[in-house]
Ligand binder design. Structure first.
Ligand SMILES: [Ca+2]
Length: 198
């Protein structure tokens, strides 16, 4: 059963496909200061995460980007395309002001070679009862190596509660692995942290 909230997330995620890609670079989610996504690295299980699109959602302790533990999702045939997505589920106390979001993706089987993946942040208020808006963190083509999407800082529409969705779509069936989800207040991308003035 697709709840209204989940349907809204999916619709927004679908609408976001086609947006310009963002650059990569983020640190491991478990060491990201201020990360509000709980169980961000799927370290031991899929606790707290909710399923959006997929035929199966399998925790894998043998895979992961940077640290062990990830989730393998076999895409669902919608009749229009194939989709795989998970969302952070429970209502989270979110950051306000400037923030960043990201996630790591890898296609492990199938796919056309042009699987499109993205990170999508949907903002709620009133304990996630009121949908406010969505922030799109870019769409990138993902292959068989780990690809990190996100890092572009955005302005939060207030101190709200985010739900993050890791989402991929393709024209043929595929299996994708997700890891390292981040939504963090005042997150400065790594490439900007390394910039110095002399
Ligand atoms: Ca991990």
């Amino acid at each position: 059963m697709i709840t209204a909230q989940r349907a809204a997330i999916v619709l927004i995620a679908i609408a976001a496909i086609g947006f310009a890609p963002s650059s990569e670079a983020q640190v491991d989610c478990t060491t990201q200061t201020g990360n509000v996504i709980l169980n961000c690295g799927f370290t031991t299980d899929l606790t707290l995460w909710a399923f959006s699109w997929g035929d199966s959602f399998t925790w894998t302790g043998a895979d992961g980007d940077g640290s062990p533990g990830a989730v393998s999702v076999d895409a669902f045939n919608t009749g229009v395309d194939y989709r795989a997505a998970m969302n952070s589920g429970a209502c989270i106390s979110g950051p306000g002001g400037f923030f960043g979001a990201g996630g790591a993706f890898k296609v492990t089987s199938g796919g056309s070679g042009a699987t499109q993946c993205e990170v999508n942040v949907v903002w709620y208020d009133n304990n996630c009862a009121t949908l406010i808006t969505a922030s799109d963190i870019g769409t990138q083509i993902v292959g068989s190596s780990w690809t990190r999407i996100g890092t572009t800082g955005l302005s939060s529409p207030g101190v709200l509660e985010p739900i993050i969705t890791l989402y991929c779509t393709d024209t043929v069936d595929f299996t994708v692995v997700f890891d390292d989800a981040v939504v963090a207040d005042a997150w400065v991308p790594v490439e900007l942290q390394s910039f110095t003035i002399e």
